[in-house]
Design a protein around this ligand. Structure first.
Ligand code: DGJ
Length: 752
């Protein structure tokens, strides 16, 4: 049984295939304490884990209650009763007091996993998951607090969520309600978080736990490019393949808060949930509040295994799209090709050339609607601009279909330009504080999606567009953060609910979109990866990873993003050179190899390419069809430190049955004298006993030869090697006498 309860000892044991989590309830006051999380341990009498806690029980040392509350490991720490460490729950009573205490009352263990109303969450069938609900109470406030743990049978995953029900006769205010806490014994841990900015998302940071707090958070109204809603706590010795790692990822797309604290009693506490800074929630008598889900992953085999577990979980238990296990059409997006300067003739030319190269869908980006000739107008007016697109989208989509291409469309439904018909008709629909100037960003404001009439007003327009054109793909963008938080729809004592209600509104419309158009391929975007989180993945199977399409920058960005999110979720396109974000010039092959490890596409004007470049695109699109199933469904192994690439970067994806594998190697900098020692790569994740043939090795042939040498640099070899040899003795990369060159190796099991 994955969840067991020892009634005599008041111990709950939660087991996944390789991990165990133990919760203990203390006698008398029924505090819910945390006793263990780590490698799987067999069933036996574990009550000794309580001993130091019982020894400091306040019943024994009544005068020491505060010291006790501040010293014990708790499952769901609350504010105001002596635990001064970072906490999960803070409640304001109707009298204005802030204190809450949590005592166990009862529990339920059942098969399966319930949904969280109005919020995204991982899902599982009856046989795939067991759920434990600990029902607790604050007796003074008459508050019921349910701690929910769902334990996956086939993955080392435990998810946590929380429900608070006000069973008193008067309202209370939730000032902080985080989704969960992990307690660690000692300080001997490091913390991994992901930070960045626009066009530099998901950069990897590792710092030690010390006598302080390390906070990762967003108060921007979305999960943000600046910080990602994930943290990992690692044993000091943990690296890519060894050591203990505890991953935490919040299934939420709004303001979040994660804190790891090395506290005064020499333990470590990690908490995560909705950011309390811009949050307060009025809970009327009889009402319930549901906190978003926190995913906890345990790995005893380093960050690599943590990544593979997250990928499996999200592919199998979070993403719902009909495209989840299908090849996605290769797209060309016109943004970097034309920006706002296009008409139907230009788009049809682009689509026609793209078709010739094996591309399957044209995505029409920003600029097709209202008076949108520049980025300071038109947002909110979702009717086609017939000056640019004569005949409208119905005609354009059928003309594109006639070329043998699918048609996709960009929208940014949450936004409005002051210069728009929508804003002129409904100025109160924008988020704002009356009397205070609205801060513009990209000359736009955010619509108040906490209000139903605002959501409906926008969605009805968009639905009409989709009803009248053959749109098979939507790119949903979101290009600014929330400021001047004020809503005309909320009373003064509920204004602080706006950020969370806004996120609930976004989820509602995303759900309506996929319900009304179930066959749509839906990609999310927020100025690139500004809202790359598991909440969004519940609705759309892919997200545009970054507006930085430079291949070399993408190595780090895609590596950081793939720490938790599957490669199949990461939009990755080949773009023009010099690159529009960095000015860097990289070979077309390199751009193609790096983009292959995501959802593949193009973002350039194919009509301006040479015949030679178009021929490379034809090879690349064919290669995508040949290999994409490995990228989409396989296991990712980071071979070099791709988070901080130096001279080179290397990673591989191995199919689940270990019959096939792909390896990418990028030489960022050519260094002399590195042929023998630097170019040997030890593969990972293969079947050691199987024989593999090197079936394809793509490399830059032009630079593979020493320019001034007489001899051939390369001896062509048809190699068949065992997995053990490839993983231990390794394999040599071709030498390349140029920067930014890339190689791709495909191996498959050899049957003789
Ligand atoms: C930001 C997106 O990330 C880009 O890909 C593009 O769609 C622009 N917005 C269009 O305004």
């Amino acid at each position: 049984m994955p969840v067991t309860y020892d009634q005599g000892k008041k111990l709950f044991k939660l087991d996944t295939p390789n991990s165990t989590y133990i919760i203990g309830v203390l006698d008398k006051e029924q505090f819910v304490t945390h006793l263990y999380y780590g490698k799987y341990i067999p069933d036996m009498d574990l009550s000794y884990l309580f001993t130091p806690i019982i020894n400091s029980l306040p019943s024994k040392k009544e005068g020491q209650r505060v010291a006790f509350m501040d010293a014990i490991p708790l499952e769901y720490p609350t504010y105001g009763i002596g635990d001064f460490r970072d906490h999960c729950l803070e409640v304001e009573s109707s009298k204005g007091h802030h204190a809450c205490s949590l005592s166990y009352e009862s529990h339920r263990i059942y098969q399966g996993k319930p949904k969280i109303p109005a919020l995204p969450a991982t899902f599982a069938g009856e046989k795939e998951c067991t759920t434990l609900e600990l029902s607790c109470r604050d007796h003074i406030l008459n508050l019921n607090i349910v701690l929910r743990y769902s334990v996956y049978e086939d993955l080392d995953v435990i998810t946590k969520s929380v429900i608070v029900v006000n069973q008193a006769a008067t309202p209370i205010y939730l000032k902080r309600i985080l989704s969960g806490c992990l307690e660690f014994f000692g300080w001997d841990y490091d913390i991994v978080t992901l930070h960045g900015s626009w066009a530099r998302e998901c950069q990897f940071y590792r710092v030690p736990v010390t006598a302080n707090k390390v906070i990762t958070d967003s108060n921007r109204g979305e999960s943000s490019a600046q910080s990602s809603p994930m943290m990992a706590i690692l044993s000091k010795d943990a690296n890519e393949d060894h050591g203990e790692v505890y991953g935490m990822n919040l299934v939420y797309s709004g303001n979040f808060y994660g804190c790891v604290e090395g506290h005064h009693n020499l333990g470590t506490r990690a908490v995560m949930g909705i950011h309390p800074g811009s949050f307060s929630w009025k809970l009327n008598a009889g009402e319930a509040f549901y906190a978003p889900e926190l995913v906890c992953v345990y790995s005893a085999e380093g960050l690599g295994q943590m990544t593979r577990t997250f990928h499996d979980l999200y592919r199998k238990h979070l993403i719902r799209s009909p495209y989840k296990e299908k090849e996605r059409p290769i797209l060309v997006n016109n943004w970097e090709a034309t920006y706002f300067d296009f008409d139907e003739k230009k788009l049809l030319e682009l689509a026609g050339e793209a078709r010739e190269c094996g591309i399957e869908m044209l995505v029409l980006d920003d600029g097709w609607f209202g008076e949108r000739t520049r980025d300071d107008r038109g947002l909110g007016d979702w009717t086609v601009n017939e000056e640019k697109l004569k005949g409208g989208l119905g005609k354009l989509s059928s003309d594109i279909n006639a070329l043998g291409m699918k048609f996709g469309l960009w929208i940014e439904p949450e936004m409005v330009n002051p210069n728009s018909r929508l804003f002129r008709a409904h100025p109160d629909w924008a988020i704002q504080i009356p009397g205070r100037a609205c801060t513009l960003s990209r000359t736009q404001l955010v619509l108040d999606w906490s209000r139903k009439e605002v959501r409906d007003g926008v969605y009805d327009q968009i639905k009409k567009v989709l009803d009248h054109a053959n749109v098979e793909y939507i790119k949903w963008d979101m290009n600014r953060h929330l400021t001047e938080l004020g809503s005309f729809g909320l009373a003064a004592d509920q204004q602080q609910e706006l950020s969370h209600r806004y996120v609930l509104g976004v989820y509602e419309i995303m759900q309506r979109l996929i319900t009304d158009f179930p066959n749509l391929l839906y990609e999310n975007c927020s100025s690139g990866g500004g809202r790359f989180d598991p909440g969004v993945l519940y609705y759309s199977p892919q997200i545009w990873t970054s507006d930085d399409s430079d291949a070399i920058e993408r190595i780090r960005i895609q590596a950081g993003t793939s720490l938790c999110y599957p490669l199949s979720t990461m939009g990755a396109h080949v773009s023009a050179v010099p690159n529009h974000q960095t000015g860097r010039i990289t070979p077309m092959e390199t751009r193609g190899i790096i983009a292959l490890f995501g959802t593949f596409g193009y973002e350039l004007d194919i009509t301006k390419l040479s015949e030679e470049e178009k021929a490379i695109i034809k090879d690349q699109t064919a290669r995508y069809h040949k290999y994409h199933h490995i990228v989409r469904d396989g296991d990712l192994y980071r071979i070099s430190d791709v988070f901080h690439p130096g001279d080179d970067a290397c990673w591989s994806v191995v199919s689940k049955d270990k019959k096939e594998a792909l390896l990418a190697y990028v030489q960022i900098q050519s260094r002399p004298g590195s042929q023998v020692f630097k170019k040997k790569i030890r593969w990972k994740g293969l079947d050691p006993d199987a024989l593999y043939e090197i079936a394809e090795h793509i490399y830059d042939q032009e630079h593979a030869r020493i320019p001034y040498a007489e001899d051939e640099n390369d001896r062509e070899e048809k190699l068949v090697l065992s997995g053990a040899v490839l993983m231990n003795a390794g394999i040599w990369m071709k030498h390349s006498f140029a920067d930014y060159t890339a190689q791709l190796i495909y191996i498959r099991k050899y049957d003789g």
